[in-house]
Unconditional design. Structure first.
Length: 449
């Protein structure tokens, strides 16, 4: 087998790995690069391999930095099969349509791909179940639950000559609400592991819930507005889960909560579709829903689907909580709310997810006093808060512990999907704690396995 890293090497986004056998070429993920003009240019670059020669694409999960170039791959001649879990397929269609709209708005002189390209891509897509082995020529494929977002997977690929490799995709945080825990890694010769938080330890769930409670209470009592830029996928649903619990138990003062994201509303509908399926939901969530607790709906929660409904949020007096996309403030309705409320000293902005280098979210988080939004220079006077424990990504301890059961057979671990200050320390930790060779590849690096 030959493995080449074409994306997410020494950076978080743009996952794209080519695995070649004697007669087979498969891609693992095919994502957009995200975060600033550097990524905008890279997304338009031609593929460094011939898409017509690719037999199949394996998708770990639906986030756009793992799926976002699939329609471009189809447009460039790919005609093979795409495989993922069924929820991943359904989520991906919504996310790709949303991405197409944003990309064409940002690059109005150049179209990356069209809605028709997305439709054709979806026709190539098959849904598979966890632990359902299947063959792609000389490769045997098996998907496992990564516990990152609903339907997320890590994937084991085994070749006829007995060699095997596991691709982690994105691994979930410890005891993440809603989704099941990450499955135990199977034995393998090689592993490719993410490192988004490879040099960090998250707050535990109770601490992060307490932080959310304190920030919400403080802002509501100050009669301010709490802005939460949130990824429409998983993060929004997780917030709903915890805000529901806090509101039901009287732990936060009453204030209207707005989900101001058409995409999040559509994705929540997919969550509801699979809400009775034990393949995807953890026992606690299943028990709550069977007991009649609508975890995605509670008093004071309002979904604003249309533009008119979104504008009407401005007419609702503070205090209020607004959850909107995008999670890195790179687009979406959150920008309009940031223009309005970032200058307000009584208000607060809470980041609960990764903020890529170059993103507006990173600028605000780093303490910029003024930022440019929608062509306007906006003063940042509001309080800036961050809860890293809300990450759906594993921290360093979880990543190392996930590899631990496979350490005796692992010949080498490749550390990807992280900036160097995260991936390099994780690689060293793997070497020190597990006594397994680890490397942080560069983009374009190839390895004979």
């Amino acid at each position: 087998m030959k493995l080449t890293f074409y994306g997410a090497a020494r950076m978080v986004t743009g996952a794209n790995y080519l695995l070649e056998g004697r007669k087979t070429k498969i891609l693992i993920d095919c994502g957009l690069c995200q975060g600033g003009s550097f990524c905008d240019k890279r997304n338009f670059e031609p593929f460094p391999y011939n898409p017509k020669e690719i037999d199949a694409v394996l998708i770990t999960h639906s986030h756009i930095d793992h799926t976002g170039r699939l329609p471009l791959l189809y447009k460039a001649g790919f005609g093979g099969k795409i495989f993922s879990t069924r929820p991943t397929k359904e989520f991906s269609e919504h996310l790709l349509i949303d991405s197409e709209h944003i990309l064409n708005k940002e690059n109005n002189s150049q179209e990356l791909y069209s809605l028709e390209d997305i439709d054709k891509t979806m026709e190539l897509w098959d849904g598979v179940r966890y632990r359902e082995k299947f063959k792609i020529k000389e490769f045997e494929i098996e998907f496992f639950d990564a516990g990152h977002i609903l339907g997320s997977s890590f994937i084991k690929v085994s070749s006829e000559d007995g060699k095997s490799i596991v691709f982690s995709g994105d691994l979930g945080n410890v005891a993440t609400p809603i989704v099941k825990d990450t499955e135990i890694i199977p034995e393998a010769d090689y592993a490719v592991i993410e490192s988004t938080y490879g040099n960090r330890i998250h707050e535990d769930l109770e601490i992060r819930k307490d932080l959310l409670e304190n920030i919400a209470e403080e802002t509501i009592k100050a009669r301010g507005v709490l802005l939460i830029p949130a990824f429409a996928m998983e993060r929004t649903q997780e917030l709903l889960y915890e805000l529901n619990e806090l509101a039901e138990n009287g732990r936060i003062p009453k204030a209207p909560i707005f989900i101001d994201s058409p995409l999040a509303i559509k994705l929540t509908a997919v969550y509801k579709k699979y809400s009775q399926n034990p393949d995807y939901y953890d026992k606690e969530s299943l028990d709550l829903m069977k007991g009649g607790d609508a975890i995605f709906d509670f008093p004071g929660l309002k979904f604003t689907l249309t533009t008119e409904q979104s504008k009407e949020i401005n007419d609702v007096a503070a205090p209020k909580i607004i959850i909107a996309g995008s999670g890195m403030s790179q687009g979406g309705r959150i920008l309009h709310h940031e223009v309005r409320y970032l200058p307000d000293k009584k208000s607060a902005i809470l980041f609960i997810g990764y903020q890529a280098n170059g993103s507006l979210g990173r600028q605000i988080l780093n303490g910029a006093k003024k930022v440019k939004i929608l062509g306007q220079e906006v003063e940042v006077n509001c309080k800036i808060k961050n809860i890293s424990g809300y990450s759906a990504h594993a921290d360093q301890k979880k990543l190392v512990d996930w590899l631990r059961p496979a350490r005796r057979n692992l010949k080498k671990v490749f550390v990807v999907q992280g900036e160097e200050d995260q991936s390099i320390p994780l690689a060293q930790k793997i070497i020190d704690e597990l006594a397994v060779e680890a490397e942080v590849p560069l983009r374009g690096d190839s390895f004979e396995l």
